[in-house]
Design a protein around this ligand. Structure first.
Ligand code: RBZ
Ligand code: NIO
Length: 353
């Protein structure tokens, strides 16, 4: 493994079992039948283990939107033209994208990072970490070089470290990049040995004819590049994307600093799959916010070993599902700190048989 990545993954520790156990005990002491808050209880236990405290509260939350362009767009794999990535960048920076609205409601800050857009945007809040002006067409050759993929991963790690140093207590993954469901599907095929038919979905809403074409394009990308499933950086560079690589770094950086990282949809999931291939222990720090409407996402989450909290048929990306999930995290935090216990409320416990 590359030494710069090893330096990041080396410190990734196991969750704190003692804090997790304390959370279980607290949940069982609250005035409700044991386990009756379902997946929210499992969430509370996982968060306690990640943060190393029985009742973590996440005051400062940040959604990071990594933006990059995709050379494979020239194959006609999206319902929208490539220039939408740049146009949406303006929209994110002026607060008008869906994730801006949902983040305001959830009290989260949006950080927008140019990791690989074709053009340049001049805005004081844009974080410029451009590695390359869009990937090359993966159906004709590698999307980028190994060095570029590594640079994008390390840029993502740095964004996570800077956010944590700035007080962020929980991170949400977001992305913007027309064509990135194609790259994500190719990563899923390359790492998990799935057929493109199983991994490719409709992205922004392509019709049946274009879907068949997109499947063929992913197959061609795999045939042309032969990405090595045992080498995650090879997969990222040949059939990945700059924003996907940066999200892989963000996730690894979060795990290394014991910061929970809330995964959004299919593209974030592909980045997480690469993070898992690099450092399997990093999955302990990931929260799967939702299962998206994109074909292949449910399967992807199974491969990550994560249970999604929401199933709303979202298929937008940007970090929208991740930010929505912050409300659930707040809910279980309040349950942990505000609910009465059987003892404090004088409520009888379960009958002993
Ligand atoms: C206006 C608009 C806003 C978006 N926000 C996120 N995406 C989402 O759609 C893109 C992936 O779909 P595909 O692979 O089919 O291009 C990504 O940019 C993703 O973030 C958007 C797409 C559009 C058109
Ligand atoms: O699952 C997602 O995140 C997704 C699906 C379709 C388009 N953009 C994003």
């Amino acid at each position: 493994m590359i030494k710069e990545i090893e330096a990041v993954t080396g410190p990734i520790a196991q969750p704190d079992e003692k804090a997790a156990l304390q959370a279980v005990q607290r949940l069982n002491s609250l005035t409700k039948p044991p386990g009756s808050l379902g997946q929210l209880e499992a969430l509370a236990v996982r968060l306690a283990g990640i943060s190393g405290t029985e009742q973590p509260v996440y005051a400062k939350r940040t959604v990071v939107v990594m933006a990059g362009d995709h050379g494979v767009c020239c194959e006609g794999v999206s319902a929208f033209p490539q220039e939408v990535t740049m146009q949406m960048a303006d929209n994110f920076l002026s607060g008008g994208a869906a994730v801006n609205v949902l983040a305001r409601q959830a009290g989260a800050e949006v950080k927008f990072v140019d990791i690989g857009m074709i053009g340049d945007i001049d805005h004081p809040e844009l974080i410029n970490r451009k590695v390359k002006r869009g990937t090359d067409n993966m159906a004709a050759g590698p999307a980028m070089s190994r060095e570029e993929a590594l640079s994008a991963v390390l840029a993502g790690v740095r964004v996570a470290q800077e956010a944590v140093a700035g007080g962020t207590e929980i991170l949400v993954t977001g992305e913007m990049g027309i064509g990135n469901t194609t790259a994500s599907a190719a990563i899923l095929c390359a790492l998990e040995g799935l057929s493109p038919e199983m991994a490719v979905g409709r992205g922004t809403g392509i019709d049946n004819e274009r879907l068949l074409h997109k499947i063929a394009v992913v197959q061609r990308a795999l045939d042309v590049n032969w990405p090595d499933p045992a080498d995650p950086l090879d997969v990222l560079s040949k059939v990945g994307g700059l924003e996907i690589a940066a999200l892989t770094g963000l996730i690894l950086g979060a795990a290394a600093s014991r910061t929970p990282v809330v995964l959004d949809g299919f593209i974030s999931g592909a980045a997480a799959l690469v993070a898992k291939a690099v450092a399997p222990e990093s999955t302990a720090f990931m929260i799967a916010s939702h299962v998206s409407g994109e074909q292949g996402h449910r399967l992807l989450l199974k491969r990550l070993g994560l249970e999604p909290l929401l199933d709303l048929g979202l298929r937008l990306g940007e970090g929208t599902g991740g930010v929505l999930c912050l409300h659930l995290i707040d809910s279980i935090s309040r349950v942990m700190s505000e609910m009465a216990t059987f003892e404090s409320a004088g409520v009888s416990g379960a009958d002993k048989l």
